[in-house]
Design a protein around this ligand. Structure first.
Ligand code: ATP
Ligand code: MG
Length: 193
């Protein structure tokens, strides 16, 4: 079993996450991609992160809505765990014989050396890295032994940008799955922060 892991804050999930996941599924010859929302993203302590319930609900809507991709699954083990979310704890919760591939945008990939128990992370998982505008993917890959750089359409989209658009009342409907847009509007997310 080759399992891809796409971890993120998903505040909110957007089209680049989904395109990255599909790219990794196909180019990385994965059996499945698990979308794992972070419980307490400790590297984002400088801002208020939306409650895990909302972030998880949006990932569930996005993944459930992609009906022709049964290999996409939501996995809530990180939001169910207490304390700061460390990727190594997630990796160690899988059976030892399962191939784990972390799917990372170039920005995230270049920060792996700052993660908790980074050496163990690198030993346990392999890496599929996707280009992201504003980050040098080749530098990120060169720091990660065995990492594979995949080709993907450069999408200059971020959750930060979408939160700002929502707050300012600017349109962002087509940057997220339809059901996620509806969820954000219905629940009045991102109006104040
Ligand atoms: P934020 O702006 O709040 O940090 P984000 O858009 O970066 O949100 P995250 O949840 O932080 O989204 O990212 C989860 C994963 O998805 C990371 O590995 C990140 O690099 C990757 N990712 C997010 N957006 C893109 C993108 N536009 N292109 C490639 N990878 C992306
Ligand atoms: Mg980010």
């Amino acid at each position: 079993m080759r399992t891809g892991i796409l971890g993120g804050t998903f505040d909110p999930i957007h089209i680049a996450h989904l395109h990255a996941a599909e790219t990794a599924l196909v180019a990385g010859r994965l059996d499945r991609v698990l979308f794992i929302p972070a419980g307490e993203p400790w590297q984002k302590n400088d801002r208020v992160v939306t409650g895990a319930n909302h972030r998880t609900a949006m990932v569930a809507l996005a993944v459930g809505g992609v009906e022709d991709v049964p290999e996409f699954q939501i996995d809530t083990r990180e939001v169910e765990r207490d304390g700061p979310t460390y990727t190594i704890d997630t990796l160690e919760s899988f059976p030892e014989d399962e191939d784990l591939l972390l799917i990372l945008g170039a920005d995230a990939a270049s920060g792996v050396d700052t993660w908790h128990r980074a050496k163990s992370v690198v030993e346990r998982a392999n890496f599929l890295v996707l280009p992201r505008p504003g980050s040098d993917a080749s530098v990120a890959v060169s720091k990660l032994p065995g990492a594979e750089l995949l080709e993907m359409a450069a999408l200059d989209v971020s959750s930060t940008m979408i939160r700002e658009m929502a707050k300012e009342g600017r349109p962002f409907r087509y940057l997220v799955p339809e059901q996620v847009h509806e969820y954000i509007m219905t629940n009045g997310l991102y109006l104040t922060s």
